[in-house]
Design a protein around this ligand. Structure first.
Ligand code: CMC
Length: 372
């Protein structure tokens, strides 16, 4: 008799030293995410995830320089974006563009650890450039080159809007990047590990991850949250809308979690950011609606918001279009995916579970001319 763990719930598939969810707390390499969100920056977190410890000042500087240097994307890859139908979803474009990057990476098939770390740098550096370039191209504008100074958050907002970003927006996006950077064996990270567990290359691993992140039960939820807020439209319409949805047994996006049952530790940071940022743009209604939804869903279903819920109104306040929310998640999670790919390679074993067969047996083969 086998026990089937549907959705692999509760299955511990491997050991990992990258991030941990324990007692409702999330840590990266043993450091509490709350501390990192308050005191660190995304580049430092990228280093931490890859190398297992915080960088010294010179190491951080070297990583920042390497990221800036690697941020440009080949014109041939931009040409793929220029030829894509304008209404293609940004996650579809990003998945395709990241795959296309491998065509122009001379080290794409080099499986040495040193080459894989260099590819990880390129992937983290180029993802924001691709996301911003698609936004410009689909709007009929020329992509803006990445900055030659500053952080990834600063460069991304500059490339997206074509102007110097508001420092408070840079700070908020940087914090959102920290909070989304890794999350143990979530679906997209697991997809990446399964892929490279066959000793396939790093690009294949992150393309698999992008495909998994896109779905609304995972990273795609943040876009759906904003769609819901826009559909509701005003705080006084929350009650009827949410009750109606729950009566129809529909899911409320941005709520619930496979692992956290007592609340997602990342959500409180995003809630506070949402409060401040929506107020700063004179659109507090998004925060007011979100708080009302949180209260009601908690009361009616006992569910708490996850990382995707308040990030929606945060990204909206930064002037980011709704369908770019999941690509923003991907910019950050690229750090975690590549860290997990490096870890998988370092002690690899093929990931190959079993299925309990429930189909028919002893079925005779009927020749085609005899099939009714
Ligand atoms: N709204 C309404 N009901 C829900 C929700 C929700 N958001 N989440 C779970 N439930 C109910 C579900 O209907 C089921 O009820 P019943 O037992 O009566 O059929 C029960 O809770 C268990 O649901 P499940 O789908 O078996 O739980 P899971 O652990 O497989 O799902 C989840 C986790 C995150 C997919 C789910 O909570 C969900 O669909 N949430 C909405 C999508 C979302 O916000 N995803 C982002 C996840 S966190 C960040 C990320 O990874 O991107």
């Amino acid at each position: 008799m086998t026990t089937v763990a549907k959705g692999l719930e509760g299955v511990v598939a491997a050991t990992s030293a990258i991030s941990a969810i324990e007692n409702g707390m999330l840590t990266y390499r043993g450091i509490d995410i709350d501390v990192l969100a308050e005191r660190s920056n995304f580049e430092e977190v990228v280093y931490l995830l890859w190398h297992g410890r915080l960088p010294k000042a010179s190491e951080l500087e070297a990583l920042r320089s390497a990221l800036i240097e690697a941020a440009g994307v080949p014109e041939d890859v931009l040409a793929v974006l220029r030829r894509a139908p304008q209404n293609t979803h940004p996650m579809t474009v990003l998945r395709t563009a990241i795959s296309a990057l491998a065509l122009y990476d001379a080290e794409a098939e080099d499986m040495s650890e040193a080459a894989n770390i260099r590819k990880a740098v390129r992937l983290v550096a180029k993802t924001p450039t691709l996301v911003a370039a698609w936004q410009r191209i689909r709007s009929g504008e020329e992509p803006v080159a990445p900055r030659s100074n500053g952080s990834i958050a600063e460069s991304f907002l500059t490339m997206l809007h074509g102007r110097e970003p508001d420092p408070t927006h840079v700070e908020a996006l940087d914090k959102a990047f920290i909070l989304h950077a890794d999350h143990e064996f979530n679906a997209s990270t697991f997809a990446a590990r399964v892929t490279v567990g066959t000793l396939s290359d790093m690009y294949s691993g992150v393309v698999a991850a992008l495909g998994a992140l896109k779905g609304p039960l995972h990273g795609g939820a943040n876009e759906q949250v904003m769609a819901m807020l826009e559909e509701i439209g005003a705080p006084d319409r929350v009650e009827a809308y949410i009750r109606g949805k729950l009566e129809r047994k529909e899911r409320i996006m941005g709520f619930g979690h496979r692992v956290y049952k007592d609340g997602d530790p990342r959500a409180k940071h995003l809630r506070e950011m949402s409060r401040r940022l929506t107020e700063s743009i004179g659109e507090s209604k998004w925060y007011a609606m979100s708080v009302a939804i949180e209260r009601l869903v908690g009361e009616l279903k006992g569910l708490k918001p996850n990382v995707d819920f308040y990030s929606a109104s945060v990204y909206h306040s930064l002037g980011i279009p709704r369908d770019l929310f999941t690509p923003i998640f991907a910019i950050s999670r690229m750090a975690g995916w590549t860290a997990h790919i490096l870890e998988q390679y370092s002690d690899n074993r093929l990931i190959r579970p079993r299925a309990e067969y429930v189909g028919p047996s002893n079925v005779p083969y009927v020749p085609i001319e005899a099939r009714g």
